[in-house]
Design a protein around this ligand. Sequence first.
Ligand code: 5GP
Length: 194
Amino acid sequence: MYKRGKLFVISAPSGAGKTTLCARLLKDMPKLVCSVSMTTRKLRRGEKDGMDYFFTDIRAFKKRIQENYFLEYAKVFGHYYGTPRDFVERNLCQGKNVLLNIDVQGAMQIRKNFRKDSVFIFILPPSIDDLKKRLMLRKTDTEFEIKQRLKVAKRELKQLKFYDHKIINDDINEALSELKSVLIGRQTIKRRVG
Ligand code: 5GP
């Protein structure tokens, strides 16, 4: 039997650079596995079903909720997102560490139910002004959506106290190395115990 793996829960306001950071992290740490969430939001250009998310409709998502399919789920910016339970459980049992890239509401559910198996990391932009600039630069959101995202970001920042590590992403390389040291410090040494 393997020593059970850990859950690394990463949250960040949209525009804080979490997606890029996680992609680089997974490239540098091939033993870390990333959970692919299910969502009811529409596929964006460049995304692949089953890779970025499992895309589904509201009816099917709600059915899965009833079936206890999700480890956690939340409604974020009007769409449902959830972490499939099976994948996470299977990998943790095999001693692997699993990365969850989820919002604050989902992180709070994990905190409530799996506190001792989890490490909580929050990626911060250098400032709210900087976040606004990044959101405007990426040109994927309307002015209304940017306002919404900033409002949610301010609300999420109030939950910072529930996270074990806070990493400011003002320089991607520095943020990445900080993130790696958090993970290495907490990585379980994979060994057979039975
Ligand atoms: P996006 O649609 O921009 O990819 O993600 C929007 C937000 O949903 C991000 O904050 C992301 O972390 C969050 N999110 C993605 N997957 C999940 C999930 O499975 N559960 C929860 N609670 N949030 C998620």
